[in-house]
Design a protein around this ligand. Structure first.
Ligand SMILES: Cc1cc2nc3c(=O)[nH]c(=O)nc-3n(C[C@H](O)[C@H](O)[C@H](O)COP(=O)(O)O)c2cc1C
Length: 201
């Protein structure tokens, strides 16, 4: 099947899933998956995707792997001085959502998708979604920590994808200032990195 047809099918399927404004995710499955050493061995950047969407269970698992809580008030990733200054936004073809990890809900941030500022269309137009990492610099230990702490989330996503058969690529080639404006972020916020995720072709 052609790539465009798969993309349209994926988009239609996902549109049905995300008809509500906010998306309540199923509880993440925190057991199973490939052994860590296998996932490490298979971690790689993938840029060719089928255009299909992830089902909600895998979406929930992936977001938990990226930035969920694995203790009362602490997360699966470390952060400098436990400032937890990173926020995760998810840009689907149908809108941009904020990941509320405590509630396990994707909250609609905006329906406009800033495709131009997300960039690299050859990848992002066929990926299922793009994760947008946003740091609150007022909350952070310092500016450098924002970028370091982002890296832990990025690697967890890579490893979840390697474990579950999905693909991902970290991307520095986005238009940071334009994306900041398009997402209507505040002066205390900075987009540190974006990361495409999808079903490999
Ligand atoms: C901070 C960072 C930024 C990156 N930016 C891009 C990018 O803009 N576009 C892209 O195609 N790949 C990007 N990559 C992916 C790298 O090119 C990739 O990780 C590298 O070639 C090694 O390949 P591997 O991840 O498969 O081991 C980025 C990776 C990192 C860590």
């Amino acid at each position: 099947m052609k790539r465009t047809s798969l993309f349209v099918i994926g988009l239609l399927a996902f549109t049905a899933i995300v008809s509500a404004q906010d998306i309540s995710l199923p509880a993440p499955v925190k057991t199973g998956g490939k052994p860590l050493m296998d996932a490490l061995n298979e971690r790689k950047s993938i840029k060719a995707y089928s255009g299909k969407q992830l089902d909600q269970q895998n979406l929930s698992n992936l977001l938990w792997a990226a930035y969920g809580f694995n203790r009362e008030s602490k997360r699966v990733v470390p952060s400098s001085e436990n400032k937890q200054e990173i926020d995760v936004y998810v840009a689907f073809p149908t809108g941009v959502y904020f990941y509320d990890a405590k509630a396990n809900v994707l909250k609609l941030h905006q329906t406009e998708v800033p495709k131009a500022s997300i960039g690299q269309p050859a990848v992002t137009n066929v990926a299922a979604f793009t994760l947008i990492y946003v740091a609150n610099v007022d909350k952070a230990s310092n500016r450098e920590a924002c970028y370091l702490d982002t890296g832990y989330l990025v690697q967890n996503v890579y490893l979840y994808c390697a474990s579950a058969g999905f693909g991902s690529v970290a991307r520095g080639s986005f238009k940071a200032q334009q994306l900041h404006t398009d997402l209507k972020l505040g002066a205390n916020q900075v987009v540190t990195l974006v990361q495409a995720v999808g079903v490999p072709q």
